[in-house]
Design a protein around this ligand. Structure first.
Ligand SMILES: [Ca+2]
Ligand SMILES: [Ca+2]
Length: 66
């Protein structure tokens, strides 16, 4: 398992293999940098390449790999 996959698993609270805006909100709370759901949605949209409204491991890795 790559480092990206381990991080992804931590963020993916319900383990469905996708990071949702709600999970991003929860992550930022844990990191002590709370964001609104609107901001999380915008962040997801930025990373979301296939347009399904969720971040999969491939999209997440592409983001972190830059
Ligand atoms: Ca999830
Ligand atoms: Ca996607």
């Amino acid at each position: 398992m790559s480092d990206y996959a381990i991080t992804f698993d931590l963020v993916d609270a319900d383990s469905d293999g996708r990071i949702s805006a709600d999970e991003l909100v929860r992550l930022m709370e844990v990191l002590g940098q709370p964001i609104t759901r609107e901001a999380a949605q915008a962040g997801v949209s930025k990373l979301d390449k296939d347009g399904d409204g969720l971040i999969d491991l491939e999209e997440f890795s592409a983001f972190l790999g830059k």
